[in-house]
Design a protein around this ligand. Sequence first.
Ligand code: NAD
Length: 371
Amino acid sequence: MEFTHTTLGQRVRFGTGHAAEHLRSELSEQGISRPMVIVSDRDRPLADAGTADTKPSVWWSDIAQHVPVQLVERATTAARDSGADGVVCIGGGSITGLAKAVALHTGLAIISVPTTYAGSEATNVWGMTENGVKTTGVDDRVLPAAVIYDAELVRGLPTELAMASGLNALAHCVDSLWAPRADPINRALSLEAAGALSSALRGIAVDSGDTESLEKALYGSYLAGVAFASAGSGLHHKICHVLGGAFDLPHAQTHAVVLPHVLAFNAPAVPDLAARLAVALGATAAGQGEVTAVAALNELYSAVDAPNRLSDIGFPDDGAELVVDRILEVVPPSNPTPVTRSALLSLLAAARVGAPAILDDAGSRVEGDAR
Ligand code: NAD
């Protein structure tokens, strides 16, 4: 083994029903007395309770998907003008993303309270959108100093959104297996996370309020985010990034739909990893490499009624041709299976219509083992 792994410094407070108490403790620990609080109306009662010992400098509820730069400018100005000495963000990845953008410009520490499984709170990656183009970057100033997880906050997620968001987290795990900085530590985290997420999503599909499943989903999404932050963006994230930017597709659903196709594309080139993933996902007959990993994921998708068609979420009929060259430009050289234009077109065509996609490494469709 030979690798270099960076572990990012961050405190995690985990406890069902304890978010407000943990937020108060964390604000005190960080010495923050005038936080900017970014929160939607839905979570305002928690924000009120969690910041009761402080004097929030500004309450910010103007939120938009994909972190538009104009919004960032206004929020940053509000933070500066109000004398904020920290940022509290309570919400999904869009709210975390705005807090990160403010931190990037002000250097203020973030305390993040996630309400989805997006996992952004675990990464030092920021993203902003201007004129339909999304730019991302890495900067340790945007890594939240602390993350507070509370299963009560995800209990109200509509099941469809919970599944898409949980599969977005699973995509962090799977892509981390072969991303540019993949290493044994990321893989250990990814595979543990994949097991937790698989079990959690099955549990939520049966009972959307099951506390143990909700806790497992948060635990898995955190580990997945940590692995992703360390491993970087692999083929899956590069594809979804281009699709999301080009067609303004919903983030979590896009990841959920594309994931099985990228796994099917890469698994044949990494049979040992595929076999480990199959076990993590709960496959009963592991050891057959790629078929088993893909079959295990497909079985999970059926069990949780996962989204499986890009055409359902805004991807146009000619979308593949429109973006294929842009994706080819950003394909990581480390991808285990060489990525050809025709392979990408096949992959996107299958993802568009929800067809089973198992591609060999020359980009040809291989039928069978499909959901
Ligand atoms: P989101 O934050 O846009 O939330 C999706 C919808 O769910 C919104 O309407 C929101 O109001 C609602 N919602 C959130 N929590 C809820 C709850 N508990 N109950 C009911 N409704 C709830 O979506 P997301 O998938 O969480 O985040 C996507 C964004 O995060 C994207 O912009 C993506 O780029 C970013 N992201 C960034 C990173 C990173 O490392 N920088 C990682 C993952 C995602």
